[in-house]
Design a protein around this ligand. Structure first.
Ligand SMILES: [Zn+2]
Length: 457
């Protein structure tokens, strides 16, 4: 089944044809590790995790790189403010990022390069750009000469005039043209810096992605992905740097951009006070429900985020896990799980996750009605490609979500209730049920005994 993907560069949906089917390469711009990321920053990693899983089904060798930006003015500011070295900040938030991504069921990328470990390749690329007349040094800075690259603005659809007129372009005396952007900048003694042909300094943000993509994936990569907030200037600048450093070779053959999150219909922003940290949300909501919600809209569209939407995702997963729990005794040969065609077809169609989730709901219904090993395997296999439904159904229902349910205490109370019922002490049994309810635990008596679940997230 061929994969087609929407290419932001051509603004068309195109068949995906890798340069080398034996080594498919994908790069996703990762976080700047100066704080916990917000929930919107998780959308790209979740969506492109599904794409990586899909590509791995089609190609024997996929190399997926997601970088860590560990040198940046925001990191320097955080380190200064807290009176610590930048490593204390970047180490802490890199660990938190990896941990939070893992909880969302995101497989680690094949390569996770960080900028500070690539200063050599960054300097080498800047030297090449200078030698070829695409960059110039001025007052300790090195700038990319936007005028030297006629295709500048093709990805974002902005022309140079528009760019220069844009208020966001920093005007500085050392720039030949206001649109020129920084490849290297000088560091004062208290700031992190590395020796370079232009003095002690540090790289600009854009150059690190170009240098790390080259080092780990090659001069031309198959897919470059990121949020559409990075389209300009970050990705535009990556294209300019990489294309010019590689004698005009195509940098990324396909550009994928995910839409942003809105919160109850509004943009998420610090000034509105509605920034939701993923790390914090994971304390209060099941990670899998967050993942499901992030996949519930088409990746190119904006996605609205609300408490009601999370509750809806929890209830959807309740339904699906209930089917799997009821089929707990139905044996399934787990390796490898079959991937139902309808799920695969939806994902091959420009990663249509809402369609894939609709198909998963159909499979859940079929499994509930049929109760066969095949139907259960199809549900699990479809879920696996989306990174859903892979935990023990009992674990799903007995999760704690920060509400700190003491499972041992619950089990003990259920046993006491059984004993009370056996002794026909129904008042005592009802009192125990009420006590469980105040703990947020719901119980259900059935042919397989008493089951319990955490009633609310
Ligand atoms: Zn990048």
């Amino acid at each position: 089944m061929p994969i087609s993907l929407h290419n932001s560069l051509t603004r068309r949906t195109e068949p995906f044809v890798p340069l080398d089917p034996n080594r498919v390469t994908m790069y996703l711009c990762g976080p700047t590790v100066y704080n916990y990321v917000h929930i919107g920053n998780a959308r790209g990693p979740v969506v492109f995790d599904v794409l990586a899983k899909l590509l791995r089904r089609h190609y024997p060798n996929v190399v997926y790189a997601r970088n860590i930006t560990d040198v940046d003015d925001k990191i320097n500011a955080a380190a200064l403010e807290q009176g610590v070295g930048i490593e204390a900040i970047t180490g802490k938030f890199t660990d938190a990022y990896r941990e939070d991504m893992a909880r969302l069921g995101i497989a680690p990328p094949d390569v996770e390069p960080c900028a500070t470990a690539h200063i050599g390749p960054i300097i080498a690329m800047i030297e090449r750009l200078i030698a070829d007349g695409h960059a110039y040094a001025a007052e300790g800075h090195v700038l990319f000469d936007v005028g030297s690259f006629p295709a500048y603005g093709r990805l974002s659809g902005r022309d140079t005039e528009e760019l220069i007129a844009g208020a966001r372009v920093e005007v500085a005396p050392y720039k030949k043209s206001p649109g020129d952007f920084v490849l290297w900048k000088p560091s004062t003694p208290e700031l992190p810096g590395w020796d370079s042909p232009w003095g002690r300094g540090r790289p600009g943000w854009h150059i690190e992605c170009s240098a790390m993509a080259e080092k780990h994936l090659g001069e031309t990569i198959d897919i470059h992905a990121g949020g559409n907030d990075l389209l300009f200037p970050h990705h535009e600048n990556e294209i300019a740097q990489s294309t010019c450093a590689h004698g005009g070779k195509t940098f990324a053959r396909q550009w994928l951009h995910n839409g942003m999150l809105t919160f109850d219909g509004r943009k998420m922003s610090k000034s509105l006070g509605n920034v939701l940290q993923l790390h914090e949300m994971l304390k209060h909501h099941p990670a899998e429900a967050l993942r499901l919600r992030l996949l519930s809209g088409h990746y190119r569209q904006p996605l609205d985020w609300s408490d009601a939407a999370i509750a809806q995702s929890v209830s959807t997963l309740d339904g699906w896990y209930r089917v799997l729990r009821d089929l707990a005794d139905v044996p399934v040969d787990s390796a490898p799980l079959p991937v139902p065609e309808a799920i695969e077809a939806a994902l091959c169609d420009d990663l249509n996750t809402p369609q894939a989730l609709a198909e998963l709901a159909v499979l859940a219904d079929a499994a509930r009605v049929q109760g066969t090993p095949e139907a259960k395997a199809a549900l699990l296999g479809g879920g696996a490609l989306l990174g859903l439904l892979q935990q023990d159904p009992e674990a799903w229902f007995k999760r704690v979500d920060g509400s700190a349910v003491d499972a041992a205490r619950v089990e003990a109370l259920i046993e006491q209730r059984q004993a009370a019922r056996a002794a026909r002490d129904f008042a005592r049994a009802d009192a125990i049920r009420a006590e469980l309810a105040t703990m947020g635990v719901a119980i259900e008596d059935g042919p397989q005994g008493t089951r319990w679940s955490v009633a609310k997230a």
